[in-house]
Design a protein around this ligand. Sequence first.
Ligand code: NAI
Length: 469
Amino acid sequence: PIQVKKVCCIGAGYVGGPTCAVIALKCPQIQVTIVDLNQARIDAWNSPDFELPIYEPGLADVVKATRGKNLFFSSDVDRGIQEADLIFVSVNTPTKKSGVGAGFGADLHYVESATRRIAAVASSSKIVVEKSTVPCRTAESMRTILEANCKPGCRFDILSNPEFLAEGTAISDLFNPDRVLIGSLQTQEGKDACAALASVYANWVPKERILTVGLWSSELSKLAANAMLAQRISSINALSAICEATGANIDEVAHAVGYDSRVGPKFLRASVGFGGSCFQKDILNLVYLSESLHLPEVAAYWRQVVELNEYQKRRFSKIVVDALFNTITGKHIAVLGFAFKADTGDTRESPAISLIRDFLAERAYITVYDPKVEEAQIWMDLSEACPHLTLDQIKRQVTIVHSALEACKSKEAIVIATEWKEFREIDWQTVYNNMTKPAFVFDGRLLVDADKLRRIGFKVKVIGRGEVL
Ligand code: NAI
């Protein structure tokens, strides 16, 4: 097979950074360069004290072991492209905000400009790997652009290699993936390129977990996997509403259902709703794809997964307002957690943002604490979520603090928005003593021991539990 010696990754984000750092660790014979247009991000990856731009358990150790040896971070995109034999395109593909397909389709202009840059500066043959999550048949557009612009003697082979890592567990997911998926054209050249990438992964991934399929199947499998994962969450969240109305307990229901080996126990945890940059975006992509293929019933089916998630977030805000005697105007509420899930600093589509937006609309005072999210990020997210408020107005209602205890002090209610482990270990007696009474806890993540808290004196409301306060 073709020997890959130099890898370049375009896009030093949540996917490009960890994936290619792990390739560098597992393949000391390969030189890996991760490039990005964002100089600040590259500087952070290169920071002397390993203050990396993203937080992932175990990531700093991987970077410490490889940076400056066979792993490099650079803003010189062109040089990265020129030197590599294999290039990952791992740029962002957000939902389009305007134009055709606004609100559903993927904004592919970052993928396209990275592809055009490859075509413009490459002076030798390259294997180009689509790592970003893209709508089905994007590889075809990339191939057309590359072929229309390549220099004599240069050939481009295109592969699809979607990433299945989950934020918060990225490093262990990459070390031990359930599967690696590689899609290629079924031509001899396509299969050779596929074998070259497979041999990179074979340095640490067992061969039977490296699946090779056609390009379009590969692209669609990524959207399908995220759609089905999100669908499980929306299914259990839909059931959590029934639990609350009937007195059933969603934990018990999930446990009983998950025991069925055809269903399985994972990813059945009810919550205030899913967040993250991928689930909603990828389902909306699938919806858009279905519609453009004239499959409206299929589109409506998947759209409902996103709608149920919006409903769940709204529903949780309403639970808070209802329990606090139907008004939170002027009340002080602590929001614990701002990241979209535990063990990440990522806030994209975080349910905490929707909750705080709703609370601000009710003119409550909010104090936020998250162990990993930067203050500036919180202000940016809230400004974006509340376009009718100025940042000054937001800051009059929102305070950011540096510990859970501080956040809860003198508040009337605590809302748990992220399942950070440290929130389970809070000294609840001290928290209770320092709160305004009656003291409420709203657990949007099935995190606390509700009975224990009730014994202390709290009024506790847990998602998916029918009990009265
Ligand atoms: P990100 O936004 O963290 O990183 C993308 C990076 O690409 C940014 O730093 C940006 O500056 C850079 N970039 C954009 N255009 C560029 C260009 N033309 N040249 C050089 N750099 C450029 O995004 P993230 O989260 O890493 O996602 C990347 C892709 O991976 C997306 O398609 C996403 O759907 C997919 N994905 C994300 C997962 C996640 O957990 N975040 C998991 C699996 C897939």
